[in-house]
Ligand binder design. Structure first.
Ligand code: DGL
Length: 261
């Protein structure tokens, strides 16, 4: 089983991408809806939550973990790799690699939660590979609650997205990284507001492609993963609103199990 976690709905964009790239692989998902959002919390708290989430997934039989959360990926990757002896994947490196492949002018924008943007990890990873790249970032703390609330087409959401993207637009970025797994759900609005010439990179599809490459280059490990086309979803709080948004992201009926860690 492939174990995937996020603070809530965002990681389901990674589940969807994994289902598209690797159909048939069994997936176990945990959305920490009782403690969302992570993006406004301290690093220590996010690390603690990420360790607990991973422990739960491993106990359920996960053989590898995808941190389907940029916030957790930016602060907790090392702690998870120290604690657990199985492949731990984060979403930042694949998004950076994709962005560097796509950008023509090396002017890259990043949007994410406050914790991810304040960590400076995207900028650091881009500059490591491309020291001359110009990188501009913007924290968009209101977008996660808007997505969790299902406000996907409201005029207020459009206005807020426009306001957040304005500083990046003036820098004439040619590539924009969606550095939060909730944001692909708002991609049509984001694309419209940033302009159709800007190439949008989603950390969710980028990580799914990376996992596919990893599995095809590691056949021994790949054989340890079960493939019955089964997906199990667990959340730490269950509301009708979450259920509705979750179904629209996965684009198929799903059953959500409520558990407390
Ligand atoms: N989806 C998450 C991310 O990629 C976390 C959002 C949050 O809980 O603040 O950062």
């Amino acid at each position: 089983m492939i174990g995937i976690f996020d603070s809530g709905i965002g990681g389901l964009t990674v589940v969807r991408a994994i289902m598209d790239e690797l159909p048939g692989y069994d997936i176990i998902y945990f959305g920490d809806t009782a403690r969302t959002p992570y993006g406004t919390k301290s690093s220590n708290t996010v690390i603690e939550y990420s360790l607990q989430n991973t422990e739960f997934l491993v106990k359920q039989g996960a053989k590898m973990i995808i941190m389907a959360c940029n916030t957790a990926s930016s602060v907790a990757t090392e702690s998870l790799r120290e604690r657990f002896n199985l492949p731990i994947y984060e979403v930042i490196t694949p998004a950076v690699n994709r962005a560097l492949k796509e950008t023509k002018k090396s002017v890259i924008g990043i949007i994410g939660t406050r914790a991810t943007i304040n960590s400076g990890i995207y900028e650091k990873k881009i500059k490591e590979q491309h020291p001359d790249a110009r990188v501009y970032s913007a924290a968009c703390p209101l977008l996660v609650p808007l997505v969790e609330e299902g406000w996907l087409k409201k005029p207020e959401t459009r206005m807020i997205v426009k306001k957040y993207l304005h500083p990046l637009k003036t820098k004439q970025i040619d590539t924009l990284i969606l550095g939060c797994t909730h944001y692909p759900i708002l991609k049509p609005i984001i694309q419209h507001k940033i302009g159709k010439r800007v190439h949008i990179i989603s950390s969710s599809t980028a990580v799914a492609e990376q996992i596919k490459d990893f599995l095809s280059s590691s056949p021994d490990f790949e054989r340890t993963l079960s493939k019955n086309g089964q997906s199990d979803f667990f959340v730490s709080d269950l509301t009708p609103q979450f259920e509705k948004t979750a179904k629209s992201v996965i684009r198929q009926p799903i059953h959500l199990n409520h558990i407390s860690l």
